[in-house]
Design a protein around this ligand. Structure first.
Ligand code: ATP
Ligand code: MG
Length: 146
C-alpha cells in the first residue's frame, strides 16, 4: 500500500534519544487528530522498540537507529524501528511475555507484549549478527469519529 505521508529519522542509540523518538512519533501521529490515549499507546510502543534497539541491539556499543513513520489512508500509521546490532536468535521466544536476556534485573521482558497490546500489528525481522527491524502498525480513531 502506498503511504500518504512519511518521514525518516536516524539517531544514535543513546538514552537521550529515547525521548526524541517518542516525541517524533507523537508529532507525526498528531496529523490524525488522535485521542490522547491512543497517542500515548503509540508513543509507548515506539519507545519500547527504540529502547530494545539501544539496550539489546547495541548492547556494548553505540550505533544508528532508524525510525521510519508512514501514514496510510484510514488513519493507519506504521513505525519501523531498525538497528544493525546483534540480532535475535529466536524471535518467537523473544516475543513471549516475561522472556528477557537481560541479566541486570532491570528488564522485565514485557516490551514486545506492550507493543502488541498497544498496536494493531507487529512484525519482527531479525538476523543474528545483522540486526533487527520491528514494524508496528496502529489505526487511530480521530476525535471526529472517522
Ligand atoms: N533490537 C533488538 N536486538 C536484539 N535483541 C532484542 C531486540 N529487541 C528485543 N530483543 C531481545 O528480545 C528480548 C525480549 O524483549 P522485550 O522488550 O520483550 O523485553 P526486555 O527488553 O528484555 O524487557 P523490558 O522491555 O520489559 O524492559 C530481549 O531481552 C532481547 O533478548
Ligand atoms: Mg524491551
Amino acid at each position: 500500500m502506498k503511504s500518504v505521508n512519511e518521514v525518516k529519522t536516524v539517531f544514535k542509540s543513546l538514552a537521550a534519544n529515547e525521548s526524541f523518538a517518542r516525541t517524533v512519533a507523537a508529532a507525526f501521529a498528531s496529523q490524525t487528530d488522535p485521542v490522547m490515549s491512543e497517542l500515548a499507546e503509540f508513543k509507548t510502543a515506539v519507545s519500547e522498540a527504540v529502547t530494545n534497539a539501544a539496550v539489546h541491539g547495541y548492547r556494548d556499543s553505540v550505533g544508528n537507529i532508524v525510525l521510519k513513520l508512514k501514514l496510510y489512508e484510514g488513519n493507519v500509521i506504521s513505525a519501523t524501528v531498525s538497528d544493525r546490532g546483534v540480532g535475535i536468535e529466536d524471535v518467537k521466544k523473544a516475543r513471549e511475555p516475561l522472556f528477557t536476556t537481560s541479566e541486570t534485573g532491570e528488564q522485565a521482558g514485557m516490551g514486545f507484549t506492550v507493543m502488541e497490546s498497544f498496536c494493531d500489528g507487529i512484525k519482527v525481522r531479525s538476523k543474528p549478527g545483522r540486526g533487527t527491524t520491528v514494524v508496528l502498525t496502529k489505526k487511530f480513531r480521530s476525535k471526529n469519529g472517522v
